[in-house]
Design a protein around this ligand. Structure first.
Ligand code: FES
Length: 202
């Protein structure tokens, strides 16, 4: 036969329950603090994600901007294109895997054209191969190369031999599955761009 606990025993039981609940709450708060700290972006992280201004006054047709600028820790390939480059890129080329930039994730809408850029004479790409992330090398001149005797100018990834034209469009049959990424960007003036911002502010 069970007996009703005395009032003194009842009070002791409530005290124990209250103490346990309090200890659990403190434990949860203690455990949560590091996560809050972890998820709060540091000033350094915010700066790394910020848009990047690039002075392109020194860019010449047929050249790549040096030193290589960076955006979000990734190299930016900014190339000047000659009138002959622009004309060649506008011609049909059935050696390319995605000549019309049908993969919409690889460029903003305003770069969905033969040059994959706002201005035909300037190309802006992330310098990261879409295969496994190596940085391709720039070979702007149409001239025979060891890796392609019929080279028409563009980017070559030495890691596994992927090739891209001067609009960053990948050649069929290489390991890289996609065109180079064109980051969002705008012109602040004829000689300055901002990468990471889509709106026209010029
Ligand atoms: Fe460029 Fe493999 S990482 S071809």
């Amino acid at each position: 036969m069970s007996e009703e606990p005395s009032p003194a025993n009842k009070n002791r039981r409530y005290l124990l329950i209250g103490a346990t609940a309090g200890a659990t709450a403190v434990g949860v708060m203690g455990a949560a603090t590091p996560f809050v700290k972890y998820w709060t972006p540091s000033a350094k992280a915010r700066a790394a994600a910020a848009p990047t201004r690039v002075d392109i006054a020194a860019l010449r047709p047929g050249e790549i901007l040096k030193p290589t600028p960076a955006w979000r820790g990734q190299p930016l390939f900014i190339v000047g294109r000659t009138p002959a480059d622009i004309e060649r890129l506008g011609q049909e080329n059935d050696e390319l895997a995605d000549p019309a930039s049908d993969n919409l994730e690889k460029q903003p809408e305003y770069a969905r054209n033969a040059w994959r850029s706002r201005k035909p004479e300037v190309g802006i790409f992330l310098g990261i191969c879409t295969h496994l992330g190596c940085s391709p090398t720039y070979h702007g001149e149409p001239a025979a190369q060891d890796f392609d005797p019929n080279w028409q100018g563009g980017f070559y990834c030495p890691c596994h031999g992927s090739r891209f034209d001067l609009a960053g469009r990948v050649v069929k049959g290489v390991p890289a599955p996609d065109n180079l990424v064109v980051p969002p960007h705008s012109y602040l003036s004829d000689t300055e761009i901002i990468v990471g911002v889509d709106e026209e502010t010029a």
